[in-house]
Design a protein around this ligand. Structure first.
Ligand SMILES: Nc1nc2c(ncn2[C@@H]2O[C@H](COP(=O)(O)OP(=O)(O)OP(=O)(O)O)[C@@H](O)[C@H]2O)c(=O)[nH]1
Ligand SMILES: [Mg+2]
Length: 208
């Protein structure tokens, strides 16, 4: 069921982030189900990507879309697309929203969290520390991306301040509008790697 070399499959599972961690969770009687990775979570709808491409999944009774996060691996019937079960997450990123008791699922099975901030008034060490704590608690590798370095004379000062937040922390000055950005982030964006971007409005996430 997880034969990545199958020529009839346009997508390889490993390129979607599948690994031994998930493979090891499969039980012998589940051979007829296909792994699907959740791509979008809506109020009443779930979409996923499998070896055969994108698909809309049907939820079993008594389960709701809120139980799933983008990035989750689930098993589903490859024809009816009925969801069978979710596999255990390797990492889970949760957003704590003020006023709500239960944290909201932000993403699952993320390898690297790009914490994006610009070299201007948005740069806030206390907020960066909160993002770092979120990643560290989740077991996700945090990387700080400093954007808009071209708009200030002292970008290196920002970099030094960010570096001081955590031992061994990777801090990368990157201009999302330049062609060099992809090369600068390549170490974290290899095949099968899952990254997420967080940061304030206007720091350059979509441009990246
Ligand atoms: N000069 C300069 N402009 C940048 C840089 N990075 C992003 N921008 C610009 O900043 C603006 C906002 O970038 P977006 O990518 O839309 O920001 P975002 O983080 O997606 O914002 P939200 O979607 O509101 O969360 C765009 O006009 C970008 O072109 C940079 O390094 N230098
Ligand atoms: Mg955006």
């Amino acid at each position: 069921m997880t034969n990545d070399s199958d020529a009839t499959c346009p997508v390889s599972l490993s390129s979607l982030g599948w690994s031994a961690f998930f493979e090891d969770q499969l039980k012998p009687h589940e051979a007829d189900f296909a792994p699907h990775r959740i791509a979008t979570v809506h109020r009443a709808r779930l979409t996923a990507i499998s070896q055969t491409g994108p698909a809309e999944l049907t939820l079993p009774v008594h389960s709701q879309t809120g139980d799933f996060a983008v990035g989750d691996w689930v098993l589903a019937d490859p024809k009816a697309r009925l969801l069978h079960r979710r596999l255990i997450r390797r990492t889970v990123l949760e957003r704590r929203t003020e006023g709500s008791k239960t944290p909201q699922l932000a993403g699952a099975n993320i390898d690297t969290l790009f914490i994006v901030t610009s070299c201007n008034a948005d740069f806030n060490p206390a907020r960066l520390e909160r993002y770092l704590a979120l990643a560290n608690e989740a077991g996700i590798n945090p990387v700080i991306l400093l954007t808009k370095a071209d708009t200030v004379a002292n970008a290196r000062t920002y970099k030094q301040q960010a570096k001081a937040l955590q031992r061994g922390l990777a801090v990368v000055i990157v201009n999302p509008r330049s062609g060099d950005a992809a090369a600068a982030l390549a170490p974290w964006c290899g095949v099968g790697q899952t990254v997420a971007l967080v940061g304030s409005s206007g720091v350059g996430k979509s441009t990246l």
